[in-house]
Design a protein around this ligand. Structure first.
Ligand SMILES: NC(=O)c1ccc[n+]([C@@H]2O[C@H](COP(=O)([O-])OP(=O)(O)OC[C@H]3O[C@@H](n4cnc5c(N)ncnc54)[C@H](OP(=O)(O)O)[C@@H]3O)[C@@H](O)[C@H]2O)c1
Length: 318
C-alpha cells in the first residue's frame, strides 16, 4: 500500500481529499495541531492522525520519513507579513527539505490562482506574494537543484480560484450574513472570480498523484470552474439560492475603496477571523480568473461542475 501524508488534511479541501485517497487505496497520515480538528476523518480506514505542528521542522521531517507522497494544503488567509512568510514560504522550504531527505517521490502543492512563482514582487497582496514564493521554493527543490545534486521529486501545483462546497467559508458566509442584515455593503464588489467545486479540486489532487496528463513535472494547473462571477453577483446569488428575502436576496451595494479599507481595519480589531481584511482587498485588485496561459482541470480529464445547482442544494439543506 502506498503511503501519503496530507498537511492541512483536517481542513475544507483536506476532508474531501482524504476520503478519495482512502478509497483509492492510499495509506494516509494527517498531522494536525489539535487532534479534535480531525474528528471528521476519524471514521476513515487506513488513516492515521498525528498530533504535531507541521512548522516544527524536526517533527515534520520525522513524519515524512517512509512516505511515498505528500500533499500540502496548509495556508492562511489573514495575518501579518511574518505569519504569511512562515506558513506559505518557510513551510514549503521545510517540506522540500524533508521530501529530499527521505526520497518522497511525489508532491502536490495547493497554491492559489493569481500566484506567479516567476514574479512574486509584482503581485498586490502579502497572500499572493508569499503563495508565489512558496511555489518557487518547491519548483526549485523538485528540479533537484540542491547542492548535493539530489534527485528531486515529481511536483504538481494546483492554483484554485475560490472553492465552493457544503462547508465552504465563502458562499455560506455571505448567505448567513444576509440572513442577519437587510442590506449588504460590499468591499471589492466588482472583483471577478471563477469558483471551483471542492470535489473537483480533490479529484485533481488524486489525478496528479496518479500521474495523469500533462505528463511533464513540474506541472502547474489552474483549478477554475466553468463560470466567471463578480463578487457582487456571488453575494446576490448566495442569498437567492438560500431563499433569503423571499428568493430575491438583499440589496447589495459596493463600497468605495477608502470605506472598504476602514471597514477591513475595524474588522481586524474584532476577535476571530475577519470576513475581509486589508490584504484580501489588495488581493482583489487583480481578477481571480483563469489566465488562459496554463492547463486547467480538463487537462486532468475533469469536467468541471457549475456553482448554482450544487450551492442551491447545500444552502437549502442548511
Ligand atoms: N478555500 C478556498 O476557497 C481556497 C481558494 C484558493 C486556494 N485555496 C488553497 O487551498 C488549500 C486548502 O484550503 P482550505 O480551504 O482547505 O484550508 P483550511 O480549511 O483553512 O485548512 C487548512 C488546514 O491547514 C492547517 N493550518 C492552518 N494554518 C496553519 C498554521 N499556521 N500552521 C499549521 N497548520 C495550519 C489547519 O490544520 P490544523 O488546524 O488541524 O492543524 C487547517 O485544517 C490552501 O492552500 C488554500 O490556500 C483555498
Amino acid at each position: 500500500m502506498k503511503k501519503i501524508i496530507v498537511l492541512g488534511g483536517t481542513g475544507f479541501v483536506g476532508t474531501h481529499l482524504c476520503e478519495k485517497l482512502v478509497s483509492d487505496g492510499w495509506e494516509v497520515t494527517v498531522p494536525t495541531r489539535r487532534r479534535a480538528n480531525a474528528d471528521r476523518l476519524k471514521h476513515l480506514p487506513n488513516l492515521t492522525v498525528l498530533e504535531l505542528n507541521v512548522n516544527d521542522e524536526v517533527a515534520l521531517t520525522r513524519a515524512v520519513a517512509g512516505q511515498n507522497a505528500l500533499v500540502n494544503l496548509v495556508a492562511i488567509l489573514h495575518g501579518t507579513q511574518t505569519s504569511f512568510e512562515r506558513t506559505h514560504v518557510a513551510l514549503p522550504r521545510k517540506i522540500a527539505k524533508a521530501c529530499l531527505t527521505h526520497g518522497v517521490q511525489q508532491v502536490v502543492h495547493v497554491s492559489a490562482l493569481g500566484a506567479d512563482a516567476l514574479q512574486p514582487e509584482k503581485l498586490p497582496s502579502m497572500y499572493l506574494r508569499t503563495k508565489s514564493e512558496g511555489e518557487a521554493v518547491l519548483l526549485q527543490a523538485a528540479s533537484g537543484a540542491g547542492a548535493s545534486g539530489q534527485a528531486g521529486f515529481d511536483l504538481s501545483i494546483l492554483r484554485p480560484s475560490v472553492i465552493f462546497g457544503a462547508n465552504d467559508k465563502f458562499i455560506n458566509v455571505f448567505a448567513n450574513l444576509q440572513k442577519i442584515f437587510p442590506v449588504m455593503p460590499l468591499a471589492g464588489a466588482s472583483a471577478r472570480f471563477q469558483p471551483v467545486w471542492v470535489e473537483d479540486v480533490a479529484t485533481a489532487v488524486v489525478r496528479c498523484l496518479a500521474g495523469a496528463s500533462p505528463a511533464a513535472s513540474p506541472r502547474i494547473i489552474e483549478a477554475v470552474g466553468p463560470e466567471v462571477f463578480t463578487l457582487k453577483q456571488l453575494v446576490q446569488l448566495s442569498a437567492k439560492l438560500a431563499g433569503i428575502g423571499g428568493g430575491f436576496g438583499r440589496p447589495v451595494f459596493g463600497l468605495p475603496d477608502w470605506v472598504a479599507r476602514i471597514q477591513a481595519k475595524l474588522m481586524s480589531l474584532a476577535p476571530g477571523e475577519p470576513v475581509m481584511s486589508d490584504d484580501n482587498l489588495d488581493s482583489m485588485k487583480v481578477d481571480n480568473v483563469s489566465s488562459g496561459q496554463l492547463p486547467g482541470l480538463a487537462s486532468l480529464g475533469i469536467s468541471v461542475s457549475a456553482l448554482q445547482p450544487i450551492a442551491q442544494d447545500y444552502l437549502n439543506r442548511k
